[in-house]
Design a protein around this ligand. Structure first.
Ligand SMILES: NC(=O)c1ccc[n+]([C@@H]2O[C@H](COP(=O)([O-])OP(=O)(O)OC[C@H]3O[C@@H](n4cnc5c(N)ncnc54)[C@H](O)[C@@H]3O)[C@@H](O)[C@H]2O)c1
Ligand SMILES: O=P(O)(O)OC[C@@H](O)[C@@H](O)[C@H](O)[C@H](O)CO
Length: 380
């Protein structure tokens, strides 16, 4: 069976590629990084190291690569034959890859009207749904109808911490042992793909919101507050007692919102939260705060890990969150000249001031009490 995966980066190689191989797929990685493509085509395999005490090694075989910029024709041919298409490119890149996927699907439905599922494995709500909209915007009405009939775009939630890699071997990737991949079942077309480690659910929304507003909300605390305090890695930031208290508080707040909104079991949620905090303290992983804090404009978006749980908390409890507000304030003041979004955010702040900048990126009204709370926190 053939898988076409867009994005041969950390999560692409370290998680999706590894599970696809175990499920007996041959995977073609599509990327724009020629060095990675060349290595994939030379080695046709790579190693995944489970970053725990034993450093267990998994060899992922039957892999190759295509550069989508220099060789789009081969990507189209691969999509024609694919049994599954997945992505892990980053939420902002979905729009970029949509045109090529649309061309691939046009060619496919003309020759091979077999069902296909395209699963975006990105940290966002509705990633595959967004990709579907973008893909359909590039095709004619007639093709649109056929694609809607044969091609499923199930949304998904993926969870595994895969830091930036510093190995001599360019393809080797160190990952935390834990993983979770949840896929929305009703949107599938044709046979349900059999992939060990994938959980199919009827309604993805509670799973993705619980993941984003616990794992990613929690992760944002050592990233933004840790950066403020000068820590280079999540592990180092997690040793700081003040950061430990803020992460506990932020996850109590997002947890309360999730429990009240979705009816999650309080004890089970407390266990989920503790497990996540332990994952951030994994001494076998060195994860830079700048990776976890990357893209602060995206992370301050209305539906993302900071603003949405804060608003949900206010709606459910009638109170203003304290710890989420601290983290939002740290994200809004986050400066990093290596990160394009961080630079653009600070340009916006300099032009508009903190309150207006927050209103713009988080789509909040001037009167929203969260704006006032964040500004008070920054002024402190
Ligand atoms: N790393 C993690 O811990 C983790 C965990 C869960 C989810 N995610 C999500 O997975 C996605 C990818 O994250 P990552 O950490 O692997 O990032 P990454 O930067 O390591 O990988 C992204 C890959 O996409 C490639 N890419 C960029 N533009 C492309 C294009 N136009 N066509 C094809 N490939 C292109 C890049 O070259 C890179 O290899 C993000 O949405 C992220 O939120 C990451
Ligand atoms: O990938 P981002 O930029 O949305 O978020 C950074 C990290 O929080 C994230 O990559 C986590 O490591 C991952 O979501 C764990 O499953």
């Amino acid at each position: 069976m053939l898988a076409v995966h867009f994005g041969a980066g950390n999560i692409g190689r370290g998680f999706i590629g590894a599970l696809l191989y175990e499920a007996k797929y041959r995977t073609i990685f599509v990327d724009v990084n020629q060095e990675v493509i060349d290595r994939l085509n030379k080695e046709n395999q790579y190693e995944v190291i489970l970053a725990g005490a034993t450093k267990k090694k998994q060899v992922v075989k039957q892999v190759s690569g295509i550069n989508s910029v220099t060789n789009p024709v081969d990507v189209v041919a691969a999509i024609e034959k694919a049994d599954i298409v997945t992505t892990a490119v980053g939420p902002t890149i979905l729009k970029v890859i949509a045109k090529l996927i649309a061309t691939g699907l046009e060619a496919r439905v003309a020759k091979n009207a077999q069902p296909l599922n395209i699963i975006a494995c990105e940290n966002m709500l509705g990633g595959s749904t967004l990709l579907k909209e973008e893909v359909l915007s590039h095709v004619t009405e007639e093709i649109k109808h056929t694609i809607e009939q044969y091609v499923g775009f199930p949304d998904a939630a993926v969870d595994r911490i895969v830091p930036n890699q510093v190995n001599d071997d360019r393809l080797q990737v160190a990952v935390e042992p834990y993983y979770e991949w949840v896929v929305e079942k009703p949107a599938l077309k044709g046979k349900t793909p059999v992939i060990d480690g994938v959980t199919y659910v009827e309604d993805l929304k509670p799973y993705i919101e619980r993941k984003l507003f616990t794992v990613n909300t929690g992760h944002a605390v050592p990233a933004y507050i840790g950066h403020q305090k000068g820590y280079p890695t999540i592990y180092e930031a997690m040793q700081d007692e003040e950061i430990q208290a803020i992460i506990d508080g932020a996850l109590q707040e997002s947890g309360e919102a999730l429990i009240q909104f979705y009816g999650f079991n309080r004890h089970e949620h407390a266990a989920y939260r503790s497990k996540i905090i332990e994952r951030f303290k994994n001494p076998h992983i060195s994860d830079e705060v700048t990776r976890v804090g990357r893209g602060p404009i995206r992370k301050l978006g209305a539906r993302d890990r900071l603003i949405r749980p804060a608003i949900l908390y206010m709606e459910q409890t009638g109170k203003i969150p304290s710890y989420l507000v601290k983290t939002i304030a740290a994200a809004l003041t986050y400066g990093n000249i290596q990160d394009e979004e961080a630079v653009n955010l600070q340009v916006l702040v300099n032009k508009e001031g903190y309150a207006n900048a927050l209103q713009i990126v988080a789509e909040l009204s001037a009167e929203h009490p969260l704006v006032d709370a964040v500004i008070k926190e920054i002024n402190k």
